[in-house]
Design a protein around this ligand. Sequence first.
Ligand code: NAD
Length: 331
Amino acid sequence: MILITGGAGYIGSHCSIEFLRNGFDVIVFDNFSLGHKKIIDNIMFNYPNIVLFQGDLRNKKDLDIVFRKYQIDAVVHLAAFSQVKQSILEPEVYYENNVLGTLNLLSSMVKNNVLKIIFSSSAAIYGEPSYIPVDETHPKNPINTYGKTKLVVENIMDDYDLAYGLKSIRLRYFNVLGANYKENIGEWHDVETHLLPNIIKSVLKSKFKFKIFGANYPTFDGTCIRDYIDVEDIAEAHRLAYNYLNKNNKTDVFNLGSQDGVSVKQMCNLVSKILDKKISIEYTSKRQGDCAILLADSSKAKKILNWKARNSISDSIYNAYQWEKILESFS
Ligand SMILES: NC(=O)c1ccc[n+]([C@@H]2O[C@H](COP(=O)([O-])OP(=O)(O)OC[C@H]3O[C@@H](n4cnc5c(N)ncnc54)[C@H](O)[C@@H]3O)[C@@H](O)[C@H]2O)c1
């Protein structure tokens, strides 16, 4: 069985379906601090081979129970807090959840002889790039607490490999978007900080304006440039990473992105064109902890994992829009 922490969240739910679709049994471990039980119900509707375990990584007992109760082959670890601004304001909460929570998980794994983990790392560990596209050997200088928590965890994983032979694949993803609306899952954050859902909300809700944080970055149109990658492509990378780990029993790290830079303004224009709707925009000041440009070099994942992004940004936008309409019907 594959244990997926954070499986009731956005990316975790897509990873759950990816493994289930490919014949694996899945246990979702989630405390529903940010994820939703309804997402698991939606998955269960099509895939009976999923078990839900409501637990918290900060509670060692929860982890001990789950590892003792089930025959777990590998862990896909997504559970974390990931809001940049909140991480800067509340570092204790972030270190406790993302770092201590992961330490508890790794200790339970070692205790129960489960020695394979796929970890959701992040492009945030690189900080302001000194060259682009950013490859895996780029210096790691995170500029916010969130990114620092991910880097600490990667370092802990190296030490666990040396000491206990725990092998990890760290997937450093760039900006994830899209949804699998046909199976009723997608991005569902009570406080939404991500770009595309907020642009779509400005289309669907007449009073909601989409905020652009900073329009004087050193980029061609003054807004931040990011590398967007579809959530179903990200999910597939987890399964390929699992296969790789199973076969090679070797710790490694991979960037996951599209290597296409899209500015915030360009994203607004794309959404406007694809949905044939006007976006209502409000310009506000820059946010702390945002860098101007981030672009991934994902050639290593393509070469070694045989992974490639299948969905275009237009597909992701369309799917996210369909999902956002479903989400509206929940409330
Ligand atoms: N969304 C992105 O663009 C992006 C980019 C890079 C990396 N990541 C990483 O991917 C992972 C998943 O991101 P997401 O966007 O799906 O986030 P999400 O908030 O939708 O999902 C996180 C899930 O983890 C659960 N969780 C959090 N703390 C927990 C704990 N202590 N115990 C048990 N469950 C807990 C939440 O309830 C939620 O279901 C995170 O680790 C994030 O840092 C996301």
